[in-house]
Design a protein around this ligand. Structure first.
Ligand SMILES: NC(=O)c1ccc[n+]([C@@H]2O[C@H](COP(=O)([O-])OP(=O)(O)OC[C@H]3O[C@@H](n4cnc5c(N)ncnc54)[C@H](OP(=O)(O)O)[C@@H]3O)[C@@H](O)[C@H]2O)c1
Length: 257
C-alpha cells in the first residue's frame, strides 16, 4: 500500500516535504525520471538541480508529465561567474526557465567567490521575477553573515551545505538559521552511500536501512534541516521515503550521537 508522507518543513514560508531529491551525477535519466514521478506521487515536492548538473531538462520533463508544476518546489544553482553582473545572471535564469518549463522557485549561488555581489545580483533577478526566492550554498559562517546583510528586499531563505552523519561542520550555522527561519538543505546527506560502522550497527539494531537511519539522524537535529539525497533507484527511493514515515528511538539517537 502506498502511504502519504507525514513530515514537512518550510522554505520562505512555503510548505515543502522534509526531504527533497538531489540530481547530481544522474547516470540513467530514464530511471531518474521514473524515480521523480514516483516521489512526486508520494508527496515529495522538492527537487534540486544546478546549471552544473545538466539535469534541468529531465526535471522539466518530469514536471510536465506530473502536470502540477507549481506544486513542486525547484531549487537551482548558478555558477558564480554568472553572478558577476545582472545581464549574465538574467540570461542564465532564462535558460533555467526554458529547460525546467517554469521559473525556478529558489536560486542559489552555487559556491561563493564574491558573495555580497552575487547575492545582490540574484536579488535583482528576483525583483524581475526570474526566480521566486534566493539563497546561498557552500558558505561558512562569515560568508553567510555577509550574504544576510547584503540583501534588502529579498531575504536569503535557504542555505545548501554539505551536512551528513559524518560531516557536521555545518551545524555551527544552525543557531543563525533557526533564529531567522532559514532552511538548511543538507547536500550529500547519505555520504554517497558509504555508511560508517556505528551507523550500520544502529541500523541493524533498529532494523531499518542505513540510508533511512542517516536521514532520520539529520532530521532529528533541527526543524530547519531538509536533506536532499539523490537516487535513481526505486528501492533506494523507498528507503529514503521511509525516513518521512518513521522515527528513531531515543536510545538509537544517543548511540549515533
Ligand atoms: N551545493 C552543492 O555544491 C552540492 C554538492 C553536492 C551535492 N549537492 C546536491 O545534493 C544532492 C545529494 O548529494 P549527492 O548526490 O552528492 O550524494 P548523496 O545523496 O549523499 O549520495 C548519493 C549516492 O548514494 C546512493 N544512494 C541513494 N539512496 C541510497 C540508499 N537508500 N542506500 C544506499 N545508497 C543510496 C546513490 O546511488 P543510486 O542513485 O544508485 O541510488 C548515489 O550514488 C546532489 O544530488 C545534489 O543535488 C549539492
Amino acid at each position: 500500500m502506498k502511504r502519504w508522507i507525514l513530515k514537512w518543513r518550510e522554505i520562505g514560508g512555503e510548505k515543502v516535504s522534509a526531504i527533497g531529491l538531489g540530481s547530481w551525477d544522474v547516470r540513467n535519466p530514464k530511471a531518474f525520471l521514473e524515480v521523480l514521478l514516483e516521489a512526486f506521487s508520494r508527496g515529495v515536492n522538492l527537487v534540486d538541480t544546478a546549471e552544473m548538473y545538466k539535469t534541468e531538462p529531465i526535471i522539466g520533463e518530469a514536471l510536465a508529465a506530473y502536470g502540477d508544476k507549481d506544486s513542486i518546489f525547484v531549487t537551482t544553482k548558478l555558477y558564480p561567474w554568472h553572478l558577476k553582473d545582472e545581464e549574465e545572471c538574467f540570461k542564465a535564469l532564462e535558460r533555467q526557465r526554458e529547460r525546467l518549463g517554469k521559473v525556478p522557485d529558489l536560486t542559489l549561488v552555487h559556491w561563493p567567490e564574491d558573495i555580497a555581489t552575487e547575492v545582490r545580483v540574484l536579488e535583482k533577478a528576483a525583483e524581475k521575477g526570474l526566480t521566486r526566492m534566493i539563497g546561498v550554498s557552500n558558505v561558512n559562517k562569515e560568508q553567510l553573515e555577509v550574504a544576510l546583510s547584503s540583501t534588502k528586499k529579498h531575504p536569503i531563505v535557504a542555505v545548501q551545505n554539505k551536512y551528513s552523519y559524518t560531516f557536521r561542520r555545518t551545524e555551527e550555522l544552525i543557531p543563525i538559521l533557526e533564529e531567522r527561519n532559514i532552511a538548511l538543505q543538507a547536500h550529500t546527506p547519505l555520504d554517497k552511500g558509504k555508511f560508517p560502522r556505528n551507523l550500520l550497527e544502529v541500523a541493524s539494531e533498529v532494523q531499518l536501512p542505513p540510508a533511512t537511519v542517516a536521514l532520520l539522524f539529520l532530521l532529528s537535529r533541527s526543524k530547519v534541516v531538509i536533506p536532499i539525497p539523490k537516487t535513481e533507484n526505486k528501492k533506494h527511493l523507498e528507503e529514503i521515503l521511509l525516513a518521512l514515515e518513521t522515527e528513531l528511538p531515543e536510545e538509537a539517537l544517543r548511540k549515533l550521537e
